[in-house]
Design a protein around this ligand. Structure first.
Ligand SMILES: [Zn+2]
Length: 357
């Protein structure tokens, strides 16, 4: 197995600014790196790069990672100290990108068809996400027997992800002068009943394969009232529902709608609106395409609470997991770092996994 200096490569990647929307130079660097590797076919869509090895034997596995970062917080100049890279994006996820680049160098040794996707704009609006763009343009690119996203997981196998629904309740009342409140209906007072209902919403803990998903429903924004002398006639209450991936987004929306119908008043014209609904992803099976990886990691897995890009693959019927170097708790913060031993271990583990077929 060829060895790589992943610490220096990660630092080099961190030196190239790639804050979301500004990925061109990093995409150029990656494209150049890949074009020097024999037997890879390359394709570029804007600042997303897709590379494929020439092996045609089944199964087919995808390695994917986003190349953008959040904005800097004084950490834009990377440094290496005691076998650790510190700097913007070190953890999320230039460490993972450097592991992907090293694996691309040796992918002619893999016993499987392998596709690499380096994609843009993960840290901003969903519409700009490189995977969303591929899913719209050529969804077959995301179809394979499995996909591994090298997001930071501290080298644990992170399974599936929760779905998300953003749900707005418009709670109505009737305006009147605040000195004569009996002539009106105060929407803010009515909102308290809805807040109580949010707290009593039946949440589940769902075990799927080896992962347990704990659901949540939170009121995340509230807006209402007009003037200091008016009994308010409207309050908007925004809810965020994180649901277990055994439900589809349609099922999750239905659950919310049915539940809140019981509290809404037709007469006053209460309304509910779905602002966004995303499917989750079911966790990969321990005896499926990733069986060997489960075994190599001693079945140490975590369920993803929150939404991640694995859902793009899941939508296409591709089992996907997150597995990469770096501590996810350091992502997006001023203290981003990634240690050499995690970079090396991610590389070795994935190399052995891809050679195990
Ligand atoms: Zn990330």
């Amino acid at each position: 197995m060829q060895k790589f200096d992943l610490l220096t490569l990660t630092k080099r990647l961190c030196e190239i600014n790639s804050v979301s929307g500004n990925e061109k130079f990093l995409a150029d660097f990656i494209f150049e790196h890949l074009s020097e590797i024999k037997g890879l076919s390359l394709k570029r869509i804007s600042n997303t790069i897709i590379a494929q090895n020439s092996n045609n034997s089944d199964p087919e596995i995808i390695l994917a990672g986003h190349i953008d970062t959040v904005s800097p917080s004084g950490n834009e100049v990377p440094i290496i100290k005691d076998d650790v890279v510190f700097g913007l994006g070190a953890c999320d996820m230039k460490g993972g990108i450097s592991v992907m680049l090293a694996l691309a160098n040796v992918c002619s040794e893999f016993n499987v068809k392998t596709k690499f996707i380096f994609y843009e704009s993960e840290e901003i609006e969903l519409e700009k996400n490189g995977l969303r763009i591929i899913a719209n343009l050529e969804p077959e690119t995301l179809r394979a027997d499995g996909a591994i996203l090298l997001e930071p997981t501290k080298l644990q196998l992170e399974l599936g992800c929760q779905g998300v629904v953003l749900f707005n309740l418009s709670i109505k009342g009737k305006k009147s002068h605040s000195a004569r409140p009996w002539k009106g209906i105060n929407a803010i007072y009515r909102a308290s009943d809805f807040i109580e209902a949010v707290k009593n919403f039946p949440l589940r803990e769902v075990a799927l394969n080896t992962a347990v998903y704990k659901e949540s429903l939170q009121a995340v924004k509230i807006n209402g009232g007009s003037a200091t002398n008016v009994v308010p006639d409207r309050v908007d209450l925004l809810l965020s529902y994180r649901y277990a991936p055994d439900l589809s987004k349609e099922g999750a929306v239905k659950k919310l709608t049915n539940y809140f119908k019981n509290f809404e008043s037709l007469e006053l014209g209460d309304e509910d609106t779905v602002l966004e609904a995303r499917n989750g992803a079911r966790p990969a099976k321990a005896d499926g395409i990733f069986a060997k990886l489960f075994e190599m990691l001693n079945f140490k897995t975590v369920a993803k609470l929150g939404w991640t890009d694995v859902a793009f693959f899941s939508e296409q019927g591709t089992e996907a997991v997150n597995f990469g170097p770096g501590d996810p708790e350091l992502a997006h913060g001023p203290d981003e770092l990634v240690p050499k031993n995690e970079l090396d271990k991610a590389y070795i583990t994935l190399y052995e996994f891809f050679c195990s077929f």
